[in-house]
Design a protein around this ligand. Sequence first.
Ligand code: KMH
Ligand code: ZN
Length: 272
Amino acid sequence: MEKLIITAAICGAEVTKEQNPNVPYSVQEIASEAERAYKAGASIIHLHVRKEDGTPTQDYEVFSQCIKEIKARCPNVIIQPTTGGAVGMSNEERLTPIKLKPEMASLDCGTLNFGYDDIFVNTEKTIIYFAKKMKELNIKPEIEVFDKGMIDTALRVYKKGYLIAPLHFNFVMGLKGGIGATLRDLDFMIGSIPEDSTYTVTGVGQSQFNMAAMAIAAGGNVRVGFEDNIYIKRGILAKSNGELVEKVVAMAKQIGRDVATPEEAREILHIR
Ligand code: KMH
Ligand code: ZN
């Protein structure tokens, strides 16, 4: 089995300090959380940024400062800025961080009800626009799919020539509005992607570690972090993203799966 790539989604756009005081907002807090996750074994940092008051932003300067600070503290880590941003942002706003030419960026491949009362809009035209820009800048997209139909959309976009194989998917599972978080759902998603693809599994909320266990055993990769889950176990808030990553590393060790360094992750994901 390939080594396990762990992604830490350290901050997200929606989660707040009111929910867990350890959620980072400032550049220094974000960089410290990235460092904790990296030291625990994360090779990819999925990056959202905030204004000082916690409001999500896609501001070029804030991304630039965070990336600089993370690079200084986490040599060689893969930084994957979001192009999803937060619900309601414009396409141009969402695309801002790719101007910094990161190695990777997220590429959301469909529209869905997002939680209880939001709609996260990604038309096929938008997806192609984003994919084209990433291809031009040689940025490896992490194809974010919240449901099976989004895999089909991504494959259509690939067939039109806007994505380069092997594709890398992130199955985001257990979000209200998207696919569930069960073994049957995961098996369906894995069986729906091309054989040469790689994939990461993100279990949202309570399903985070169940889904991580399934992904580790199946040979997939894992994303954890405050963006998706703020608890280390039921009812106990996580002290840091590092603590969440440590738990995944321990789970992998239990079944004898080694964890990839950033350089090994680049090789597995064909990042050139
Ligand atoms: N905040 C969500 C609306 C991504 O990073 O690409 C979108 C999101 C996905 O988090
Ligand atoms: Zn995100």
